[in-house]
Design a protein around this ligand. Structure first.
Ligand code: NAD
Length: 416
């Protein structure tokens, strides 16, 4: 899946920031390691009566600011270093949007597309059961991520509640509304990203109504980003893609809902009527104002960074840009909204979901949107100001803001 090791990349980014912050070596060393890692073998009875054993992970990176939180990915090429990197990023992400949570992440090595619904249910239940003694509403709270969804969160919550002998809606977020989910969670990641794009466009003098947008990945993050950008600002979505290929229409743009319908019916956005094909590689280099990587890691590298034409790269995906590509984009004046800021809307509304679960009192969708907007706008502006203060790129600035907050909590707990 990856040409570079994502965990080594995340450590490189941390080191760059530690130097700017003149972090004590011992503190830097503590921040380089996950606090706790669990690897589990998950036996699942398949529909044909055989048993398959899947490999799963749960990694808790740092809980200085609060219980760890982070999604669960079901992916055939999942590996422990990717999960480690994602757990580190969750720590910085929760800190940068200033919610009282630490960072964690989980993954199961499997191909959900090859599993039946009943097999997926048994795998989801077995996975949460295998890690049940290290997760909990005040300990570590999973959520959906790549190829996992609210239905699976409902199964996991149910299984965990059975194990504990009581209702425990707060153990996972991203649940269906009927069992303690929050309004506004479905599009929260994209919506949060769109709020940061709006702020960045304003700073750069880009009119969102005139902006052309290309989006790689058309799942939860990519589809809602397309739909919200068009609906809210009238931006033109000129290209979209998924794992099977991409399509573009530079003149008239693409209707996000028609594209979604086509993907639902055919399994891909490829061959969408009134478009021409574009490869995932070409899509990244299109002449657009805003590029949104919303699929997997390491897609913008030192090989294509010189060809990126967008003014803003809004990283809804985790880790789409390698450190060497980062340097090239910064030199070229491309404004990056770094992953753990841009895609923090999901965890922010997950946090709102936890708050509502604890209170057993549920908010209106408007309240969720207003509070999300406030959190994302404040976070974007604190990072923008740090970039200015330290004369550095937005990613390093986001690390500076986040790491300062984590280090302060570690100090106040007496860890350092
Ligand atoms: P998803 O499973 O809903 O969609 C993933 C999309 O990426 C699909 O359209 C798939 O076809 C496409 N894809 C897979 N491999 C590809 C490839 N090689 N080239 C191009 N496209 C490819 O997942 P999602 O929830 O939209 O997550 C996408 C990214 O956003 C991930 O990096 C994830 O970690 C990140 N993210 C998601 C959330 C969330 O709440 N959903 C929150 C934070 C970050």
């Amino acid at each position: 899946m990856s040409v570079e090791n994502p965990f080594e990349n995340s450590r490189k980014q941390l080191a760059k920031c530690a130097a700017i912050l003149e972090l004590d070596d011992n503190v830097h060393e503590m921040l380089r390691h996950p606090m706790r890692e669990m690897r589990v073998s998950i036996p699942v009875r398949m529909d044909d009566g055989t048993t398959r054993v899947f490999e799963g992970f749960r990694i808790q990176y740092n809980d200085a600011r609060g219980p760890t939180k982070g999604g669960i990915r079901f992916h055939p090429e999942e590996d422990v270093d990717t999960v480690r990197a994602l757990a580190a990023w969750m720590t910085w992400k929760c800190a940068v949007v200033d919610i009282p949570l630490g960072g964690g992440k989980g993954g199961v090595v499997c191909n959900p597309k090859e599993l039946s619904e009943t097999e997926l249910e048994r795998l989801s239940r077995q996975y949460i059961a295998s890690i049940s003694h290290i997760v909990g509403p005040r300990m570590d709270i999973p959520a959906p991520d790549v190829y996992t969804n609210p239905k699976m969160m409902g199964w996991m919550m149910d299984e965990y509640s059975k194990i504990k002998g009581m209702n425990q809606p707060g153990v996972v977020t991203g649940k269906p509304l009927t069992v303690g989910g929050s309004l506004g969670r479905g599009d929260a990641t994209a919506r949060g990203g769109i709020y940061t794009i709006r702020e960045a466009a304003q700073k750069l003098g880009i009119d969102m109504g005139e902006a052309k947008i290309a989006i790689q990945g058309y799942g939860n993050a990519g589809y809602y980003a397309a739909s919200l950008a068009k609906e809210t600002f009238g931006s033109k979505i000129v290209a979209i893609s998924d794992s099977k290929g991409g399509v573009m229409n530079l003149e008239d743009g693409i209707d996000p809902d028609l594209a979604r319908q086509h993907k639902l019916e055919t399994g891909s956005v490829a061959n969408l009527p009134n478009t021409v094909p574009v490869s995932n590689e070409e899509l990244l280099e299109l002449d657009v104002e805003i590029l949104i990587p919303a699929a997997l890691e390491n897609v913008i590298t030192d090989k294509n960074a010189y060809n990126i034409k967008a003014n803003i790269v809004a990283e809804l995906a985790n880790g789409p840009t390698t450190p060497s590509a980062d340097d090239i984009l910064y030199e070229r004046g491309v404004h990056i909204i770094p992953d753990f800021l841009c895609n923090a809307g999901g965890v922010t509304v997950s946090y709102f979901e936890m708050v509502q679960n604890f209170y057993m009192y549920y908010w209106s969708e408007v309240r969720v949107h207003t509070r999300l907007d406030r959190k994302m706008t404040e976070a974007y502006n604190s990072v923008y100001e740090a970039a200015d203060k330290y004369n550095t790129d937005m990613r390093t600035a986001a690390y500076v803001v986040a790491i300062e907050r984590v280090v302060l909590a570690m100090k106040d707990r007496g860890w350092i």
